[in-house]
Design a protein around this ligand. Structure first.
Ligand SMILES: Nc1ncnc2c1ncn2[C@@H]1O[C@H](COP(=O)(O)OP(=O)(O)OP(=O)(O)O)[C@@H](O)[C@H]1O
Ligand SMILES: [Mg+2]
Length: 209
């Protein structure tokens, strides 16, 4: 087996990297794929999420978690992609040379952009690094508030950036914050818009692999 590596990166802190990584993991699990998670962020949020999941007895079959140093990531990803369909890498809020190995090993770089102009301004850095590694990047609008002027303006600014913009986006919903703290995906609760958003984003990402 040679699985695909998805690196989630964005210089701006709090843009939704860990939220997107955790929800893509559960989106791919719901689609029947095996998933390995690798956290290279010293904050360790994705690890906390996975441990909450383990400790509360939720299903973890077909999932694995590990941490890695920034420089050790190519080795970890190559190893994990031999045994998993999808390897998801969560990164710290930085766009510097430390991020390069995680971009180099990626089949796709997913860049969450929270609904603010500050997030747009911060996005060029990671897109530039991805470009230098010849990697395709997918921008994903997060904390979307459909129907607002801010939403329209920030989405338009994202469209002007030199990267593909995902059709799917994640809305600004309490369920995303709640699920992250409980070791869940937002698609694991009762059916609702978040479940559809996670499925749509997963399908779109999958189609690019
Ligand atoms: N779509 C959303 N709706 C509501 N809350 C969200 C959404 N996405 C993220 N959040 C919340 O925003 C905060 C930051 O999200 P998250 O930790 O995923 O960002 P991050 O980019 O990984 O941050 P860091 O740069 O610190 O690693 C968290 O409290 C999370 O629950
Ligand atoms: Mg994070």
């Amino acid at each position: 087996m040679t699985g695909s590596v998805i690196t989630v990166a964005q210089q701006k802190g709090g843009s939704g990297k860990t939220t997107v990584a955790a929800n893509l993991a559960m989106g791919f699990r719901a689609a029947g794929k095996t998933v390995a998670l690798v956290d290279i962020d010293p904050q360790g949020s994705l690890g906390r999420w996975f441990m909450s999941r383990l400790e509360s007895g939720m299903a973890c079959e077909g999932m694995d978690f590990t941490t890695s140093s920034a420089w050790g990531i190519p080795y970890e990803c190559r190893k994990l992609s031999e045994t998993h369909d999808i390897v998801l890498v969560d990164t710290p809020p930085k766009a510097d040379s430390d991020l390069r190995p995680a971009l180099r090993v990626a089949d796709l770089v997913v860049v969450p952009v929270s609904m603010s102009h500050v997030d747009i301004w911060a996005t060029e850095g990671v897109l530039d690094l991805a470009r230098r590694e010849n990697k395709a990047a997918l921008l994903v609008m997060n904390r979307a508030r459909s129907g607002t002027r801010l939403n329209a303006k920030v989405t338009e600014a994202a469209r002007a950036l030199d990267a593909q913009l995902a059709k799917a986006c994640l809305g600004n919903r309490v369920i995303y914050a709640e699920a992250l703290g409980e070791g869940k995906g937002a698609n694991e609760g009762p059916g609702g818009p978040a479940r559809e958003e996670v499925a749509a984003l997963t399908a779109e990402v999958d189609a690019l692999l």
